[in-house]
Design a protein around this ligand. Structure first.
Ligand code: SF4
Length: 498
């Protein structure tokens, strides 16, 4: 559904009230977070289309909803809805989104349950003109900030921290959006990589811990783009790609890029290690490291720390493919495909019938019997979260004739929930928080199970001494880089509006 600004000052955005989203999860993995994109072109040529293709490249980060807001200098418009980027944006939906500046968002719900009113970008009218915001991350103090806004008489229409951020900026004092941002962000604790749209500019903002990636590049035909991952900037043909630094705000306006360090970077930077293990696309780079290369090194370290006598190494596609290659190269075992994934199933909005639900992972994976029968198989997977997928996959491989199945995981056991924008469930949901390695191995029916130790993972990420320096590893260690108020659930705001 489309909405033009001006709209109500309470920030009500334009999504049909009767639209309910009930996605069906078909995977056990940590859920994707969100992806953001911003585009600024002085000639205004194809801004919404560029934002669309940027979001399309970020689809892996969120598959529940998508939106784009564009400003022509006077008026801002937004179109957003539940569904994949290609479902939400038809040519008819994109056509009215004309302007010089645009931002976009693809969503998996982190704070705020997956409801239409939480779909981003949030677009509000303010006394300074239109303001739209799209957010990747999660504030750990959003509840207190929300209470403060309610105490000041604000009306809130959504249940996410991103709406809180939008309204705080809308109400802030200052003579420019940059000044209002600078005054507001010291109150925000936690993870935020933001793209913000004003009438005549796009502003990128990154938290001082640097939890989530955010990069900016120069468009080949003039102007700039900013995106969660460099793969989206490469898709748009960007050159001179650089990271938005922790604590930095970057303004894209009139074909120029202006960078300002407004908050000192945290002394203990906290880049999310899981971006390398699972989330980011392998053709993205972050902190000067290519994700595919890191994953291959994860496999190499895994072969050294958890060796096994076997006949073939297979990945759980797609994110474990580079690690399986690394494991095979380092161990001297042959690499082959053993599981074929339906790449299009993702998260479906169609409720499966009971008999299809019982088929579980078979909906998503088929085993290649010819590559598995009579073999001792090493199955490489990126992570083990709730533990609902590993067992059925081991079963599929055995049914295909494997004589042994050895599971190797490219990160340590996940024992703690994430409060910085990744939905892994709560501590009680996490298999490794309840069971030790031996018990997990028994439960998933594997012949052996090995997790990559923390220091080996960090060596693969790029810290030669195996230290955590510069990275968040809280889901493995329970040591949170920002104090976390218990208990943060993603639907914590739903008491009033849920
Ligand atoms: S807790 Fe884990 S998933 Fe969350 S930011 Fe830290 S490393 Fe990433």
């Amino acid at each position: 559904m489309h909405s033009d600004i001006p709209i109500t000052a309470t920030g009500r955005t334009a999504v049909a009230d009767d639209m309910t989203v009930t996605p069906v999860a078909l995977s056990d993995g940590p859920r994707e977070e969100c992806g953001v994109i911003g585009v600024a072109r002085p000639d205004g040529e194809g801004v919404a289309q560029l934002a669309f293709f940027g979001l399309f490249a970020l689809q892996h980060r969120g598959q529940e909803a998508a939106g784009i807001a564009v400003s022509d200098g006077h008026r801002a418009r937004v179109h957003k809805a539940a569904g994949l980027v290609t479902n939400v944006f038809t040519p008819e939906a994109l056509a009215p989104l004309n302007g010089y500046h645009g931002i976009g968002h693809t969503r998996y719900s982190t704070t705020g349950i997956n409801s239409d009113r939480n779909i981003q970008p949030f677009l509000v009218e303010t006394m300074h003109g239109p303001l739209a915001l799209a957010h990747n991350g999660n504030l750990v103090n959003a509840g207190a900030l929300r209470d403060e806004l309610l105490g000041r008489g604000f009306a809130l229409s959504a249940t996410s921290d991103s709406e809180v951020m939008t309204l705080m900026l809308a109400a802030a004092g200052g003579s420019s959006w940059e000044e209002r941002i600078e005054r507001t962000i010291p109150a925000w604790k936690g993870a935020y990589s933001l793209v913000i749209l004003g009438a005549d500019r796009v502003i990128a903002v990154r938290d001082p811990w640097g939890f989530r990636p955010l990069s900016v590049g120069r468009l080949p035909t003039g102007g700039h783009a900013v995106a969660s991952e460099t793969c989206a900037l490469a898709t748009l043909g960007c050159v001179d790609i650089d990271e938005v630094q922790p604590g930095e705000i970057v303004t894209l306006c009139d074909g120029e890029m202006v960078r300002r360090q407004v908050l000192a970077p945290a002394t203990d930077a906290a880049r999310c290690t899981f971006e390398f293990v699972y989330f980011s696309r392998p053709d993205s780079s972050w902190a000067g490291r290519n994700v595919h290369d890191v994953r291959q090194r994860l496999g190499t370290e895994l072969a050294h720390t958890c060796p096994v006598d076997a006949d073939v190494v297979i990945p759980v596609p797609d994110s474990s493919i580079p690690a399986a290659i690394g494991f095979a190269n380092a161990s001297g075992l042959p690499f082959n495909d053993g599981l074929i994934k339906n790449r299009y199933i993702g998260r479906t909005f169609i409720e499966p019938t009971q008999d299809i639900r019982e088929r579980g992972v078979a909906l998503k994976f088929n085993a290649l019997g010819g590559n598995l029968a009579g073999k001792r198989v090493v199955m490489i997977d990126d992570s083990l979260v709730r533990g609902t997928t590993a067992g059925p996959l081991v079963g599929l491989i055995r049914e295909a004739g494997a004589t042994e199945v050895h599971v190797r995981i490219t990160c340590p056991p996940i024992t703690h929930a994430c409060h910085f924008g990744v939905d892994m469930g709560h501590d009680g949901d996490l298999m490794a928080a309840r069971l030790d390695t031996e018990a997990i191995c028994e439960e998933i029916g594997a012949d052996s199970l090995g997790f990559l130790p923390l220091d080996a993972m960090m060596r693969a990420v790029g810290n030669a001494d195996g230290s955590n320096s510069g990275y968040c590893n809280a889901c493995f260690t329970g040591t949170y880089p920002v104090p976390v108020a218990p208990p943060g659930t993603k639907s914590a705001f739903e008491g009033v509006l849920g």
